[in-house]
Design a protein around this ligand. Structure first.
Ligand SMILES: *Cc1c(COP(=O)(O)O)cnc(C)c1O
Length: 452
């Protein structure tokens, strides 16, 4: 009998996150103050984040234990199932063994709740009353809305305008959990008004929405803090629960991956599945092909420059080392809204730069096609973002069919696509464009990266 779902006993759920910074052969260049270009100190971040999260952001500890309140919140949906994709393997007629970690089972429908509950908890115990944030496709705003409701906090969400319009039910969902939702760019902040003046027809971007949410926190006198759903070290840290669980589950069936795949927007779900395996690669020399997958329409890792850049369009955030398309780059309005970010987490960039992580980019039509193959075999409708990881996993499995190799492939199913039906409908009607960005456009955007 095939064992499809590989479940981990709740009592065995990992009780510590893994911090890859402890095992890097060379340290990641530090974040810089946007004005002075000097390395940031903890106090520079204090207007936006509580000190306990700032400590995590700068920590070099290998493991950070998960507080009991967060463990209890995790227990609502964790440990998540690891699935052996027997049916997908059969559909592809491949000798490869495909496994995926199913983060779509969380109440928010994606991995993002893993860090949302942690951030809400650390803010709440620091006496913060409300959190402000941005959201692209809506998964992050939803996750933070749930987390804030769980820890008795208010939540205000700036939602990228194109998603606000494409995904009205995401907005309603956030309101259901008690959040305020504003389309960005908006006229409620100085940053938003400036964007509207410069680009009146803007469909928005994560970079713009971040500027608005940051402004709300920075001008609140400490009552409101800002919360980011990806990119920062502490966010990636919280997501490592995914890979820590996956390792135990794979081990319980005697499996170890040759290939580990995650889609990559800011880099958090990719880091979540990949970093615990990266530990084996860095400290034990394990031979794993670790792949970060991005859209061709927003090719940060494959066509961006490695440089210090702002996290937002309004130039309010610290300068972070990263691969970037420039903080003013506004990607085409592809349907994987969560992957429309101009930059990427410093930790992920560092590992791509060192060659320990490989990056791939795909067009959205073949990505949706892969999503359909997956949905029809496995029964789960994947988020458009997750379809990027699926596409890479399918390509790796098809390569095995050619070569006859029975590789073990592990990917992260970062979320389900139940709120993305309009995107699937656009795919069915042939309405999706595969964008090939001209080199000139990329060069223009990248020219606006600050000189450090
Ligand atoms: C937000 C999101 C992503 C992209 O963000 P990362 O930080 O790169 O993980 C990917 N998949 C889903 C389902 C998301 O909600």
């Amino acid at each position: 009998m095939n064992q499809y779902n590989i479940l981990l006993d709740g009592a065995k759920m990992p009780d510590a996150w893994y911090n890859v910074a402890a095992d890097l052969p060379t340290p990641v260049p530090p974040p810089l103050h946007p004005g002075t270009h000097q390395p940031l100190g903890p106090d520079d971040l204090a207007a936006l984040f509580p000190m306990n999260l700032i400590e995590q952001e700068m920590s070099q500890e290998r493991h950070i234990s998960i507080p009991g309140e967060i463990m209890d919140a995790y227990r609502l949906w964790r440990p998540t199932p690891l699935r052996r994709a027997y049916r997908l393997e059969k559909a592809l007629d491949t000798p490869a063994k495909i496994y995926y970690k199913n983060e779509s089972v969380s109440p928010s429908g994606s991995h993002k709740l893993n860090t949302a509950v942690a951030q809400a908890y650390y803010n709440q115990v620091s006496g913060v009353e409300a959190l402000s944030t941005e959201t692209g496709a809506g998964q992050w705003g939803t996750a933070l809305s749930i987390a804030c409701s769980m820890f008795g906090m208010k939540c205000s969400v700036y939602m990228v305008k194109v998603s606000f319009e494409q995904k009205p039910y995401r907005r309603t969902l956030m309101q259901t959990y008690g959040a305020d939702v504003t389309p960005s760019p908006s006229d409620t902040t100085n940053a938003g008004r400036a964007f509207l003046e410069k680009y009146p027809d803007s469909t928005g971007s994560l970079g713009m929405a971040i500027s608005e949410a940051v402004e709300v926190a920075a001008t609140s006198g400490g009552k409101i803090k800002y919360s980011l759903g990806s990119v920062l070290n502490h966010v990636l840290l919280h997501q490592t629960i995914i890979g820590e669980e996956a390792k135990m589950q794979m081990e319980s069936v005697g499996a170890y991956p040759d290939v580990v795949i995650g889609c990559c927007g800011g880099g958090s779900n990719f880091a979540g599945i990949a970093f615990p395996y990266m530990q084996d690669k860095l400290t034990q020399g394990k031979d794993i092909d670790v792949v970060a997958v991005e859209p061709t329409a927003c090719p940060t890792l494959t066509r961006g420059v490695y440089a210090y850049d702002f996290g937002d369009t309004g130039e309010l955030t610290p300068l972070l080392i990263q691969y970037t398309l420039g903080h003013n780059f506004v990607p085409p309005a592809i349907h994987a809204g969560g992957l429309r970010y101009h930059g990427v987490a410093s930790l992920v960039a560092h590992l791509v730069k060192s060659g320990d992580v490989r990056a791939e980019a795909y067009h959205q039509n073949p990505v949706f096609e892969a999503g359909l193959t997956f949905a029809q075999a496995e029964g789960i409708v994947p988020a458009p973002e997750s379809c990027h990881a699926i596409k890479a996993a399918i390509d790796a499995a098809l390569a095995c069919r050619e070569s006859g190799e029975g590789k073990t492939i592990l990917f992260n199913l970062s979320g389900h696509g139940h709120f993305d039906m309009s995107s699937y409908a656009a795919y069915f009607s042939g309405g999706l464009t595969d964008y090939d960005l001209e080199q000139k456009i990329i060069e223009q955007a990248v020219a606006e990266v600050p000189k450090v």
